[in-house]
Every structure is written in structure tokens, then in C-alpha cells.
Design a protein around this ligand. Structure first.
Ligand code: ADE
Ligand code: ZN
Length: 346
């Protein structure tokens, strides 16, 4: 039977090789796994069942989400927990056509509960290494500092993690900055980012999600990041958008996240198409898919439908994701060839 046009379009979109560059691994914890890990680890959850968890996912802003997200992460205790979490995400990502994933993780959320850094690294690394051969997905780790905590605490986390670079340096290639944005400007982390740059880490930071365009400037000019996570409020400052275009700084945009957290009221109001058409290097990502109701393909489909994205623009978004990844050019090239072939351009 011939596929319907709708199915044909979704299958075409799914088959485009894509990279996911803005993904918090703790944000992929589905309620079913949350319950299973809580049971295994003898942790009481404040929810009666899986449906009650889903019902609690009604957010009004970033902080209302973060409170639930940090509480949920409390069920992650053992190496096996982190491995199963990452493996479940990687399998799900593969089904969406993801060929490369750069996973952010929040070590401070775990060390604060007495979980050793080594446990977190070991579980995530085991999944990423298995996925490379077994699922055909490459992956990196971006250790993210919590910006509501102090720069001294970020330094302490970095210094505690550095001895693990010997074992995990093939995967842990970058640094991120997340959590409550307002009131925690990039400049607060200037010294620790300078140290991370000197250590050879690739740098990204959340900016311009809820925070003002000035935070995007701070991330660019003070933290010297290679990519901006979100960055959607940049469009309030046209000169900044021009600067992002001129400097070719990628934005890792997360449309369903922006919708769920009230950054936009309606996906039809999202500025990602305008930014793309203005020449910005826009990429699509899922941020915390278990909490925001959609993985990567859902973000592509919802954006395409709401904003009337043309097939060429969807191919550009996928190409941007591969080119904006931290993969070496020699590894990007064959993925881009696969993309052109899947898009019918070879
Ligand atoms: N941590 C997890 N998701 C986040 C987001 N969207 N913004 C800031 N910090 C986060
Ligand atoms: Zn994020």
C-alpha cells in the first residue's frame, strides 16, 4: 500500500540524519522509569502513579519546571540507573533519525545527594560507548554547571571531575551552563569558563531563554561560547541577531520546551523560522523531552506544521545540527553525505 502523503513526509523527515545538541539527560527520565528506579532504590515519590506524574507536568515558567525536574532526578543513584537512563534516550533518539547526540548532565544535582561523580560518568559513558557500535549513534558529554549555585561551587565541581578526564576524555569534551537564568548572568561564571577554555573544553551556555539579549552577549563575549543554548530572545535586539549571523554562532533552539515553559504562547509565534530566514544557524533540539511532550522528531514536525517550514528549510535545520556539532570535520562529512542522499540532493 502506498504511504499517505502525511506518512511519506514524516518518514522522509525521520530518515534525515540529525544531531541533537541540546539535551539534558536528566530531562529524558520518563515517569515509568522514574517509578522503576524509585522502587529499586527504595525512594518514596510524591506521586501515586505514572499518570499523577504526567499531571504534575503543567509548568508556568522555567523555575516551575526546574523544581519538578530536580526532584525527579533524585531517583538516579547507581551506575546502572544512569546507564539505563541514557540507553533509553539513545534508543528513542535513534528511532527519530538521530546519528549524533551531545548530552548535557548536571553533576551538582547528583553530588549534592551523595552520588559520586564517578558513578554518573561511568553509567553515561557505558551507554554512549554501547550506542556507538550497537545503535550507530556517536555521542559526547557536556558537563553543565548549575547557574543558581556559586562560581566557587562550579570550580569545585570542575576540579573534582578533572581526574576523570583520563578515563572519559573521549566523551567529555565540553562544558555547559544551565538552571535558573534570570538573576544569574553569564558574567558570574567568567573565571571558571576561562579555566575550562584553557583546559581545551568546548563551551556552550544557556542564554536568552528567559534572560534578556544582554545575557546572550555575555555568553558570547565574556564566556566565549561556541554555541548558544536557546538564544531565542536575541531577536529583541536586531544588532545582536546580525552579530550571531556574522559570527556564525549556532543557536540550539527547543521549540516544544519554549511552548511548555511559556517562552512562547503558541508555536505559530515562535521566531525560529524568522531567525533561520535571517541567516542564523538555527538547530532544533528537545531539551527535556520527557517533561515537554516530545523528542527530536516531534520538535521538527511541530515546528514544520506551525511555521510552514519548507522541505529545504528542514534539510537546512538538519545540516545545521551536524555542522554545529563538536564532531571533527572528518566525522561530519560522511553524515552530511548521508543527509544529502536522504534529502534527494546527492
Ligand atoms: N535544565 C534543564 N532544562 C533547562 C532549561 N530549559 N533551561 C535551563 N536549565 C535547564
Ligand atoms: Zn536546556
Amino acid at each position: 500500500m502506498a504511504a499517505s502523503p502525511d506518512h511519506e513526509w514524516r518518514d522522509w523527515l525521520r530518515a534525515l540524519p540529525k544531531a541533537e545538541l541540546h539535551l539534558h539527560i536528566e530531562g529524558t527520565l520518563e515517569p515509568e522509569l522514574m517509578f522503576e528506579l524509585a522502587r529499586r532504590n527504595g525512594i518514596a515519590l510524591p506521586y501515586a502513579d505514572v499518570q499523577a506524574v504526567r499531571d504534575a507536568y503543567r509548568f508556568t515558567d522555567l523555575q516551575s519546571f526546574l523544581d519538578v525536574y530536580y526532584a525527579g532526578a533524585g531517583v538516579l543513584v547507581t551506575e546502572r540507573d544512569f546507564y539505563e537512563l541514557a540507553m533509553a534516550y539513545l534508543r528513542r533518539a535513534q528511532a527519530d533519525g538521530v546519528v549524533h547526540a551531545e548530552l548535557m548532565f548536571d553533576p551538582q544535582t547528583h553530588t549534592a545527594r551523595g552520588v559520586a561523580l564517578e558513578t554518573v560518568f561511568a553509567g553515561l559513558a557505558r551507554a554512549l560507548r554501547e550506542a556507538r557500535g550497537g545503535l550507530g549513534i556517536s555521542g559526547y558529554l557536556l558537563l553543565s554547571f548549575l547557574r543558581h549555585l556559586s562560581e566557587d561551587e562550579a570550580f569545585a565541581t570542575l576540579e573534582a571531575a578533572l581526574p576523570l578526564r583520563e578515563a572519559y576524555g573521549d566523551l567529555w569534551i565540553g562544558i555547559g551552563l544551565d538552571s535558573s537564568e534570570r538573576g544569574n548572568p553569564p558574567e558570574k561564571f567568567a573565571r571558571v569558563y576561562a579555566r575550562c577554555a584553557a583546559l581545551g573544553f568546548r563551551l556552550v551556555a544557556h542564554a536568552g531563554e528567559e534572560g534578556p539579549p544582554d545575557y546572550v552577549r555575555g555568553a558570547l563575549d565574556t564566556l566565549k561560547v561556541a554555541r548558544i543554548d536557546h538564544g531565542v530572545r536575541s531577536s529583541e535586539d536586531p544588532a545582536l541577531v546580525q552579530e550571531l549571523v556574522r559570527r556564525r554562532v549556532p543557536l540550539t533552539v527547543c521549540p516544544l520546551s519554549n511552548l511548555k515553559l511559556g517562552v512562547v504562547r503558541d508555536l505559530r509565534d515562535h521566531n525560529l523560522a524568522k531567525l533561520l530566514r535571517a541567516g542564523a544557524i538555527v538547530t532544533l533540539n528537545s531539551d527535556d523531552p520527557a517533561y515537554f511532550g516530545g523528542y527530536l522528531l516531534d520538535n521538527y514536525i511541530a515546528s514544520a506544521e506551525a511555521l510552514d517550514l519548507a522541505r529545504d528549510e528542514l534539510v537546512t535545520l538538519a545540516a545545521n545540527s551536524l555542522k554545529a556539532s563538536f564532531l571533527p570535520h572528518a566525522e561530519q562529512a560522511p553524515l552530511l553525505d548521508r543527509l544529502w542522499a536522504a534529502a534527494g540532493r546527492s
